[in-house]
Structures are given as structure tokens and as C-alpha cells.
Design a protein around this ligand. Structure first.
Ligand code: AMP
Length: 308
């Protein structure tokens, strides 16, 4: 599979890389890390990154301006994105050939070539493996991006998907020159308004006797704390820091009135609940959509039923 991907990368002079909407560090790390690697090893190729910039991650990477005409005869690679509905910028279909590289469950195997490995911590780990298999020269900037993606998706080596190979890959990337502690600090710190939002989450978390927890963030609350939907990424792991919490869900009201549902779990697999509510994702970290407060209550009950 990796050989086939490398052949395609060698064959095309224009390569456009996409990733999922509302990107996290692994989406950006794998997307821009791959772009940097290709540029570094094939300086004559045109490599572009597509999608919207997100204010809270502008410090990590920013997207290129991609024109419709760039897609003519282009190879398109989509990283870290399980299904086509979540790909940022639907022009991904306009290229000549499409490759999917991802570590989420392969619910929708789109593209001409599908490289999915659900056993690895992150798509950034997969991109590093690809670089090693290809014998590509690693650049400092690519190492920085890929390392950021790995620590993002493993919660800095906390989650069970962290394997001995993940640590080897991280150790390899750490050899390159980037400000390791500044990156670690950046990824571990938050603004005062996020700290206050976190306080609200701890204060208002409802926890049942099995450690199933939920909290709702209405539009009114988000406005009160001066935060956006994207900012809730900074607190999505917080309930899990409480020792008695096993599985939790955060309902984030959207301006249109429906809810973004963010599900997390320490051990119990929860993605089947997400799938029942217009969502999906990893066994222990998934997302869904809910139309109403009643559906939120239903989701919470379904999580509680997992512990009966
Ligand atoms: P999030 O809470 O948005 O960080 O999502 C956690 C994981 O769930 C992501 O890595 C996605 O793979 C997945 N996910 C989130 N929302 C959806 C959705 N609406 N449909 C499918 N998968 C999703």
C-alpha cells in the first residue's frame, strides 16, 4: 500500500492535501506534515494544503490558497478523515486521483486508493511511517507538525492507542530541531476564558453512579464565557480527569439550535452510540449530532445502558 502511494506521489507534479473540517492537531499535523515532506524531498512539485484556517490552531499551520484550476491533473490526498461529508473543501473530488490516509474506522472507504490503519495512534504516525518507508529526508518543520499531531491525538501519550511504536516514532521526530518544550507548553495551556469554561464544566457535570457524565454548553453559556464551538476542544478531555468518571458526553449547542455531541470514554467503547446519532469516530473518542434536548437525553441514557 505504501509503495502504491509513493508511486502516485512520484508520478504527479501537483499534489493537493485535504483533511477534516474543524481540524485538530492530528488533522493539521498529518496534512501539512505530509505537504512539507513532499516539498522537502521533491522541490519541483507543487504541493498545496486545502481547507479553512481555524483561529485556535493558526499557530500550528495555515492553509494555502487553492484555485479550482490547481485541481487539473492533480493528485489529491485526504488525511485523517473517515467520511467524505467531513472533508474540508469538497473540491477534493476535482483531482485526477484520490488517496485516503486515515486511522479512523473505515466506515466509508472513499477514493481510488485507501490506506487505513485503525491500530495506530494518529494519522501523523502513519505519515511518519510513510516517510521512513520511502527513505525521505525529514525536515525540522515536518517533524514539528507530525510530533504535534501525535501528542494531540494521544493526549500526550495518555490514551491507550499509544503503542511502543508510537513512542519510537515520537523519539525519532524529537531528534529534529524544533522547540519541543514550547510546543508541549502551547498544547497544554489555555486562555483564562477556557479556564473559566472548564470551571463551569466541572461545576455542572452530572455524574451517575457508574461514572457516566454529561454536561451541556448552550449558546448562552458559550457567549457568557466568550468562547466558540471550536474552543470546546480545549475542555473536551477535562471530565476524564475526574477519577470516578468513566465515560462522558458534552453537548454543544449550535447557533441553529441543534447540538454537536462530543463523546469520550476511558475504556468502554462508545462509537456505536455516536453512529446511531449521525456520527462516528474512534472507539473511545467519537462525535455525533443531536437535533434536540430530548435526543441529548436519549444519548445519555444509551451511554448509561452500556454500564447496566
Ligand atoms: P470531536 O469530539 O469532534 O473531537 O470528535 C472525536 C472524533 O469523532 C473525531 O476524531 C472524529 O473522528 C469523530 N467524529 C466527530 N464528529 C463526527 C461526525 N459527525 N461523524 C463522524 N465522526 C465524527
Amino acid at each position: 500500500m505504501m509503495t502504491n502511494i509513493l508511486e502516485k506521489i512520484k508520478a504527479y507534479s501537483t499534489i493537493i492535501i485535504h483533511r477534516h473540517q474543524r481540524p485538530d492537531p492530528d488533522a493539521l499535523g498529518s496534512q501539512v506534515g505530509l505537504a512539507e515532506l513532499i516539498k522537502h524531498n521533491y522541490p519541483n512539485k507543487t504541493v498545496l494544503t486545502a481547507g479553512l484556517d481555524v483561529p485556535n490552531l493558526m499557530w500550528l499551520a495555515q492553509m494555502d490558497k487553492v484555485e479550482d484550476r490547481d485541481y487539473q491533473h492533480a493528485l489529491v490526498i485526504v488525511t485523517d478523515t473517515a467520511n467524505t461529508a467531513r472533508i474540508d473543501d469538497d473540491r477534493y473530488q476535482k483531482g485526477d486521483y484520490l488517496i485516503k490516509i486515515d486511522h479512523h474506522p473505515n466506515d466509508e472507504p472513499y477514493g481510488d486508493l485507501v490506506y487505513v490503519n485503525t491500530q495506530v495512534s494518529s494519522t501523523s504516525e502513519m505519515i511518519t511511517e510513510l516517510a521512513l518507508a520511502a527513505n525521505w529526508k525529514m525536515s525540522d518543520r515536518a517533524a514539528y507538525l507530525l510530533y504535534a499531531g501525535i501528542i494531540g491525538d494521544t493526549g500526550r501519550f495518555l490514551y491507550p492507542a499509544t503503542s511502543s511504536r508510537t513512542l519510537e516514532i515520537a523519539a525519532y521526530l524529537r531528534q529534529f530541531s524544533f522547540d519541543f518544550s514550547a510546543l508541549a507548553r502551547q498544547m497544554d495551556s489555555f486562555s483564562l476564558k477556557i479556564a473559566k469554561l472548564q470551571g463551569y464544566v466541572f461545576e455542572n457535570l452530572e455524574i451517575d453512579e457508574h461514572g457516566v457524565a454529561c454536561v451541556t454548553l448552550t449558546q448562552e453559556r458559550l457567549t457568557q464565557f466568550g468562547v466558540t464551538d471550536a474552543d470546546t476542544a480545549a475542555i473536551v478531555g477535562s471530565p476524564g480527569k475526574i477519577d470516578s468518571v468513566q465515560t462522558w458526553v458534552i453537548f454543544v449547542e449550535q447557533p441553529e439550535g441543534h447540538y454537536r455531541v462530543r463523546l469520550r470514554s476511558k475504556e468502554k467503547v462508545i462509537n456505536q452510540v455516536a453512529k446511531k446519532h449521525d456520527g462516528g469516530g474512534h472507539p473511545l473518542a467519537s462525535g455525533a449530532n443531536s437535533a434536540s434536548v430530548e435526543e441529548n437525553q436519549q444519548i445519555y441514557r444509551e451511554l448509561q445502558e452500556l454500564f447496566q
